[in-house]
Write a protein that binds this ligand. Structure first.
Ligand code: PLP
Length: 382
């Protein structure tokens, strides 16, 4: 059993939620026991404030930002929604250009905003097409907001955000970068990316759920996101989620410190991919052709629906995800894979293995064996 996993189970769904890191668990428990409100002036309040500010510094350090630019939120979804709102209400953007492979927490509020919107396709390697971006920037009502994630949650494909920010800024556009999946897996440096808004989520990097952050570029001073008691430098009112924030800070510090270990995780992922391809050489790897997160493998089992694979793996003690979503009894293929131009039947057969800080060699061997045995069985049925 690997730490952070349920005994007897192999957990390979870090991109959904990573197991809580021990450092984060300790920080959450310590904060739960602290009686203070960070706004109180007495010693308990000051101790609570110290926890919040230490966490802010750790989160800022993870992405190379100034601590005062970090606003804590209830997660990545809120941070993305708030960034869009700020861009529209404060910066007065007149149009939106979003990649078709963004997370729903960007895509849905963007489509709901009532502004002209262009959705940019990605290539077969999972990377957004720059020619489509340039075309959209040239024609979009100005100023525009461009939304491009740093790494995709399903394929792991890393996007050329620094280059896209440069192109966007040349046209007076703002850039929102969802770094929820990238942070803690690859180095993230706000000054290099130069984006205007960057968003994070604690539970993707070994922190608790229900806490995230919106990070803004130095010269951007947003107006209040939530009005009330004036917390978060007046930008997001409401008594701070002290245990969540403390856990986020501890997870961010641990993730930054263990970034070099991601090379080992990449090695495990590559071994898993190689083993699956030995069992089934025709299995398509999606988004594997370009730069990719070290922990992610999106692969299809020919002729076998993703949900069937996920259930079979679950029964055999291996937890993974399908990109397709089931709602009202109808399975829709992943918008990320169709946004890369994959035909729907192929998109419906893709599952995602995502590894992380506690993944062991034994986990990978078991996952490879279970998937390969299942494929051997299915192959004879097809
Ligand atoms: N952005 C990306 C790329 C994600 O993968 C997710 C979660 O799956 C989110 C945003 C939303 O984050 P949260 O679960 O903290 O709301």
């Amino acid at each position: 059993m690997s730490p952070g996993s349920t005994p007897g189970f192999v957990y390979l769904d870090y991109n959904a939620t990573a197991p809580l890191r021990p450092e984060a668990r300790e920080a959450v428990l310590k904060a739960l026991e602290a009686p203070g409100n960070p706004s109180s002036v007495h010693r308990f309040g000051r101790a609570a404030r110290k926890l919040v500010e230490e966490a802010r510094a750790s989160v800022a350090a993870l992405v190379g930002a100034e601590p005062k630019r970090v606003v804590f939120t209830s997660g990545g979804t809120e941070a993305n929604n708030l960034a869009l709102r700020l861009a529209i209400e404060q910066a007065g953007v007149k149009s939106l250009i979003v990649s078709a492979i963004e997370h729903d927490s960007v895509l849905r509020p963007a489509r709901h905003a009532g502004l002209p919107i262009v959705e940019l396709p990605a290539g077969a390697d999972g990377v957004v097409l720059l020619a489509a971006l340039e075309e959209a920037l040239a024609h979009a009502p100005k100023p525009a907001l461009v939304a491009l994630m740093l790494a995709n949650n399903e394929t792991g494909a890393i996007q050329p955000v620094a280059e896209v920010t440069r192109l966007a800024h040349e046209q007076g556009a703002l850039l929102l970068c969802d770094a929820v999946q990238a942070a803690g897996k690859i180095a993230v440096d706000l000054s290099r990316l130069a984006c205007d808004f960057l968003t994070l989520s604690a539970h993707k990097l070994g922190g608790p759920t229900g806490v995230g952050a919106l990070v803004t570029r130095d010269d951007w001073v947003p107006a209040p996101l939530l009005r009330g008691g004036g917390q978060e430098q007046g930008q997001r009112a409401g008594t701070e989620n002290l245990p969540g924030i403390a856990g986020f800070g501890a997870a961010a510090a641990a993730a930054l410190q263990s970034l070099p270990r991601m090379a080992e995780v990449a090695g495990l992922r590559d071994r898993l991919q190689a083993a699956l391809l030995v069992a089934c050489p025709e299995a398509p790897v999606h988004g594997g052709g370009g730069p990719r997160l070290p922990n992610t493998l999106c692969i299809g089992m020919p002729g076998v629906p993703a949900e069937t694979q996920v259930m079979a793996l679950d029964l055999a003690g291996v937890a993974v995800s399908a990109g397709s979503a089931c709602s009202s009894g109808k399975v829709t293929p992943s918008h990320v894979l169709t946004g890369m131009g994959l035909p729907e039947p192929t998109a419906r057969e893709a599952i995602r293995f995502s590894l992380g800080w506690a993944t062991s060699e034994a986990d990978i061997e078991r996952a490879a064996r279970v998937w390969s045995e299942f494929w051997m069985k299915k192959r004879t049925d097809l």
